[in-house]
Design a protein around this ligand. Structure first.
Ligand code: AHR
Length: 496
């Protein structure tokens, strides 16, 4: 084993953009055991009087989520939101087509808003653009946000919620480019429907912010024409354009997988170009930003169909060290693209494609849980334009990529800096000098590393701390420089 050398240059004045707090969002869908047995589980010893899992709430609070998107996902496109409000004993049980499960509707819009309050996150609701019409979308805004004195707001009050929910963020459909979507539309049909829905929704509440469905991934045959077309039609009525992407190491090509940030950045760059093109073409003064409202590692092949059962085990991915290092890069990309990326929601927050798993009486935090927790709690203020000089590592898919993937933040109010560094090399320690080109901190508040020799290592209920961040002792500034040894396959967090 040899030691490679790298330098990371920081200047707290050399900023990219303010970091949107909404980059640390999550997604909760009526799929598998995300809602039922994840968030809501009256049979759990950890449930509160409302049936919400207090241990799950505590774990989500540790992760400092700022916004939660709900109720889907593919589920959204067959969902009648009226099924999920009002007295629970009168709510219908239905066959749910997206995941072929049995939906009891014991958890719905009002319970979701209460759950968001419990974790101190803003709700982000979706309106159904599959089987739903634009009237039903508008009715939901009226139900949630009108203070009172209308049919829909009075119905909300009669359900026990006299105070309006004031839901600010609204997704106008989900993945409408996908043939798998219930009520899938082509780009022109969806663009027109989304425009008309958003018009009505904003007439009812002009303070809301709307999210247009972008491509379901950069692998869609209609990408990026879908994005251009729907944006050209609905531009003025939209505030955000969605991106979805799931990463994976299907070929067991770890070198390429650990360079996933290249794909993430390309995806953002292409859509940023599309936004600029459409804004120019429309001669618009309005801006639309990106909302990466589904992102996660997902490829290990758990079932996706529930055989018409309640809360089936679907897509309960087990994440390992390499997955955590990919998540760390994803978050680095969010910071590096913070000028255009303003919302991001990890899919999903518990059990389904999630780093947090539940049993009826226990919780398991997988390695990437800690990566998200650290970044969401520390990245504040402005993203910095970091200059990285790092040796290359070779990858089959991308050729040579830098061994280090880095982002950093500086908060002018608190004067706090956070630096996030991934060493993608599978074999080499990278001896790294972090050099402050502006006033350097006198001391380092803390350094942690999440790493290990086995890229496939994970946490289990029996060994929950196998892959967790550990403090690095004896770290000191030398003038304007901090020297760190970054082990192979590691995520290092510096706070100063
Ligand atoms: O998050 C799981 C599913 O992935 C969502 O329902 C859908 O939007 C995407 O394809």
């Amino acid at each position: 084993m040899s030691t490679l050398k790298a330098q990371v240059f920081l200047d707290t004045e050399r900023t990219l953009a303010p970091i949107s707090p909404l980059l640390f969002g999550g997604f909760a869908e009526h799929m598998g055991r995300c809602i039922y047995e994840g968030i809501y589980d009256p049979a759990s010893p950890h449930a509160d009087a409302r049936g919400l899992r207090t241990d799950v709430i505590a774990a989500l609070r540790e992760q400092a989520y700022t916004v939660i998107r709900y109720p889907g996902g593919n589920f959204l496109s067959g969902y009648n939101w009226l099924d999920g409000v009002g007295p629970k004993e009168q709510r219908p049980r239905r066959r749910e087509l997206a995941w072929q499960s049995l939906e009891t509707n014991q958890f719905g819009t009002n319970e979701f808003v209460e759950f968001c309050a419990a974790i101190d996150a803003a709700p982000m609701l979706g309106v159904n653009m599959g089987t739903g019409d634009i009237q039903s979308a508008a009715n939901l805004v009226d139900y949630c946000n009108t203070p009172g004195g209308t049919y829909w707001s009075d119905l909300r009050a009669s359900h026990g919620y006299p105070t309006p929910h004031n839901v600010r963020y609204w997704c106008v459909g989900n993945e409408m480019d996908g043939p798998w979507q219930i009520g899938h539309l082509d780009a022109v049909a969806y663009g027109n429907k989304a425009l008309e829905a958003a018009k009505m929704m904003k007439w009812l509440d002009p303070t809301i912010k709307t999210v247009l469905c972008g491509s379901s991934s950069d692998g869609m045959p209609t990408y990026p024409d879908w994005d251009r077309t729907v944006l050209e039609i609905a531009w003025e009525a939209m505030d955000y354009h969605s991106m979805h992407y799931y990463a994976g190491n299907r070929a067991n090509d770890t070198a390429s997988y650990l360079a996933s940030a290249v794909t993430f950045e390309r995806f953002v760059d292409t859509l940023e170009g599309t936004l600029r093109y459409v804004k120019a073409k429309r001669r618009s003064t309005h801006d639309v930003y990106l909302s990466w409202d589904e992102w996660q590692v997902w490829y290990k092949g758990d079932p996706l169909q529930g055989n018409w059962t309640e809360a089936p085990h679907l897509a309960e991915e087990i994440y390992n060290l390499e997955d955590a290092l990919v998540v760390a890069q994803w978050l680095n990309v969010f910071l590096r693209k913070s000028h255009v990326l303003k919302i991001a929601c990890v899919a999903q927050i518990v059990n389904v494609i999630s780093w947090l798993h539940t049993r009826r009486d226990a919780l398991l935090k997988q390695p990437s849980f800690y990566v998200f927790q650290q970044v969401s709690n520390l990245a504040r203020g402005n993203a910095l334009d970091v200059f990285v000089k790092a040796p290359p590592v070779e990858t089959p898919q991308y050729g040579a990529v830098p061994a280090l993937d880095v982002s950093a933040s500086f908060d002018p109010e608190t004067q706090k800096t956070a630096i996030f560094l991934v060493n993608r090399s599978q074999t080499e320690t990278v001896s790294t000098n972090i050099v402050w080109q502006s006033a350097a901190p006198r001391q380092i508040a803390g350094v942690t590393q999440l790493t290990g020799p086995d890229v496939k290592a994970t946490n289990t209920y029996e060994h929950p701390d196998a892959v967790v961040p550990h403090p690095v002792a004896g770290v000191q500034m030398d003038g304007n420089t901090l020297s760190l040894a970054l082990p192979p396959l590691s995520f290092t967090v510096v706070s100063a």
